[in-house]
Design a protein around this ligand. Structure first.
Ligand code: SAM
Length: 319
């Protein structure tokens, strides 16, 4: 019954507005009420939260988010959908629809407009509001105060990695990020050292957050059905990272080189990477000094071991 109702509503809006799905924007709308509810519950949204939603589509998930959160800012690239959203969600007084490309929107600036500028819930830093202040919603004129930011999205799959990396690397002050992604990507995000799916995405995500697969979602849960199955992944971002590299850029370059040439030993892969100024011999000796085999491959190193290697090589490069 319930599952049908999101499907029915989606079909009705698509028909009423004569909406044409744009493949290039990754438009596959979620129509499974059960999964929509799982996304909301795994996002841990409270009435003090600001939610930034990426790609609201026709707003099925958005409505749930508006019910759970203090304020919702939904970023949509498709102008036709923005028009539809303004009409169909006109009763959601805590919703702001931002028309634009999420990769170009200043998400830290957007969060600061709502008083959220760090993950601790403090709003006192520059650009944000004072801790005691309440902001006034431009949409409703009502006063509100958001304490924490949650990011929620049924992601457009063609830009999954740039969106996730943008959130992490720009230090968007989110406490939790919950996203629908391709199942294969979810497997890579959550893979542990030594497993088949372990690679640069696993390490990049796990450096910033603790990812968990919430549920698998079959292609039939979307309109239109995509060619792949999907999964919801929730990520609690670390306030204090358990692994912290001295030089994050070098760590990233090492990981990229290690998995760019997966079959090669680390010493060879790093020796061939022009942006990492170390020789094969230096890497081999450093690995041995860390108690690792000189012939180790990237897929055998944990995040912590990669960080130790990066720190040791950073010292060597600086010396
Ligand atoms: N949230 C809706 C749902 O769950 O049914 C739609 C999800 S659909 C997979 C992805 C949405 O992201 C579409 O509405 C699409 O137009 C939008 N989108 C695609 N690229 C975008 C971008 N660069 N910036 C913002 N939105 C984008």
């Amino acid at each position: 019954m319930e599952k049908q109702s999101a499907y029915r509503k989606t079909s009705e809006i698509v028909r009423r507005y004569d909406f044409n799905f744009r493949k290039r924007f990754g438009q596959n709308f979620l129509t499974d009420e059960g999964v929509l509810q799982q996304i909301v519950s795994s996002s841990h949204i409270t009435e003090n939260d600001l939610v930034i939603e990426i790609g609201p589509g026709i707003g099925t998930l958005t409505r749930y988010l508006c019910e759970a959160a203090c304020q919702v800012a939904a970023i949509e690239i498709d102008r036709d959908l923005v028009k539809i959203l303004h009409e169909t969600l006109s009763d959601c007084k805590n919703l702001r629809i931002v028309e634009g490309d999420v990769l170009k929107v200043n998400l830290c600036g957007l969060a600061a407009e709502y008083g959220v500028s760090d993950t601790s819930g403090s709003t006192a830093s520059s650009g944000g509001l004072s801790h005691e202040a309440a902001a006034v919603s431009p949409e409703s004129g009502q006063a509100f105060r958001c304490r924490h930011l949650k990011v929620v999205a049924n992601l457009p799959y063609y830009i999954t990695t740039p969106i996730l990396m943008g959130l992490f690397e720009q230090h968007v002050p989110a406490e939790r990020v919950t996203v629908m992604v391709q199942k294969e990507v979810a497997d890579r995000m959550t893979a542990r050292c030594g497993s088949r799916d372990y690679g640069s995405l696993s390490l990049a995500v796990q450096y910033y957050a603790r990812p968990e697969i919430v549920t698998l979602v079959p292609a039939s849960s979307f309109m239109p059905s995509p060619k792949v199955d999907s999964a919801v992944v929730t990520m609690q971002l670390y306030k204090d990272k358990p692994v912290q590299a001295k030089d994050e850029q070098l760590l990233k370059a090492i990981i990229r080189a290690a998995f760019g040439q997966r079959r090669k030993t680390l010493s060879n892969a790093l020796g061939n990477a022009p942006q990492i100024p170390v020789t094969r011999d230096q890497t081999a000796k450093t690995l041995t000094a860390l108690g690792l085999p000189a012939s180790a491959r990237g897929e055998t190193l944990s995040l912590q071991q990669f960080a130790q290697l990066a720190d040791a090589l950073a010292d060597l490069i600086r010396a």
